[in-house]
Design a protein around this ligand. Structure first.
Ligand code: DGL
Length: 271
């Protein structure tokens, strides 16, 4: 799995809940954080290099890009480059159209995701007849990253940042907000508190986990007669693994999985 930081843990927790025997390696490209402002070509090259090096060193059965910014930019190139399935994470537009009654949907996303042709194509394909507002929230990933690491959230700023996603016009109002960055579900409590009215908050994590199951099954290890001990390892591209984060990561990703003496969490350094 790859993300620019801890946001992809929101995908990892859905995966470990569905595939408790999986051997999961999480690569946090924190040296490249935030991805949201990177020029496209540079980001493409960086992610392709990171993942092809990683796959050469420790071959995987599949790769999950647990990041909307990376997925909406680099998926086709990665799929052409790597000999294994690559599962992406993209804003849950289709789910949003099923959830919305008012037919007014907003998408919160990093600038790169918000401006991507990929997102425009998803909206065109799945949200015909819906009013979709795409709201760039350039500071939210850093806010979520900080929140996970223990920094208090500035609620006024958060409320200001998300306000454009709440539209009340002509007797209709936004009832569904797509969390178009994997960091944002880490802020869910704060988002709910800052929202001017209650909405459906859509996180694609379950859909990504289902897609990974489809890709791996039947070779995945669930219910096998000789399950290989599951492992969950972390690497940080900056090389600075913060030890105090380990307990939080374990709790977030493995909270719903019965504890196993074989399951462990380590940190390490990547290229
Ligand atoms: N977690 C990421 C995403 O889903 C990226 C955040 C960032 O690095 O800007 O878009």
């Amino acid at each position: 799995m790859l993300d620019s930081g801890v946001g992809g843990l929101t995908i990892a927790r859905a995966i470990t809940a569905r595939l408790p025997a999986i051997n999961l390696h999480y690569l946090a490209d924190d040296a490249g954080f935030p991805y949201g402002g990177w020029p496209e070509e540079k980001l493409n090259r960086r992610i392709c290099r990171l993942l092809s090096d990683r796959h050469r060193d420790v071959p995987a059965d599949a790769i999950v890009i647990a990041c909307n910014t990376a997925s909406t930019r680099v998926l086709p190139r990665l799929r052409a480059l790597l000999p294994i399935p690559v599962v992406g994470t993209v804003p849950a537009i289709k789910l949003a159209t099923a959830a919305s009654k008012s037919k007014m949907i907003s998408v919160l996303a990093t600038p790169a995701t918000a401006r991507s042709p990929y997102l425009r194509a998803l909206i065109k394909q799945f949200a015909r007849g819906f009013d979709v507002s795409v709201v760039e929230t350039p500071d939210l990933a850093a806010m979520a990253e900080g929140h996970f690491k223990g920094t208090a959230v500035d609620r006024q700023r958060l409320a200001r940042d998300i306000a454009p996603a709440f539209i009340d016009a002509c007797g209709r109002r936004t009832d569904t907000v797509v969390l178009g960055c994997t960091h944002y579900p880490l802020l869910l409590d704060e988002l709910q508190a800052a929202a001017p009215w209650p909405v459906n908050w859509l996180d694609p994590a379950q859909a990504v986990a289902s897609q990974l199951m489809r890709v791996l099954y039947p070779s995945c290890l669930i219910g096998g007669p000789h399950p290989i001990p599951a492992t969950f390892t972390f690497q940080w591209t900056s090389g600075t693994a913060a030890p105090e984060l380990q307990a939080r990561m374990r709790e977030l990703c493995l909270g719903s999985v019965p504890s196993s003496p074989d399951r462990h969490l380590t940190t390490g350094v990547s290229a």
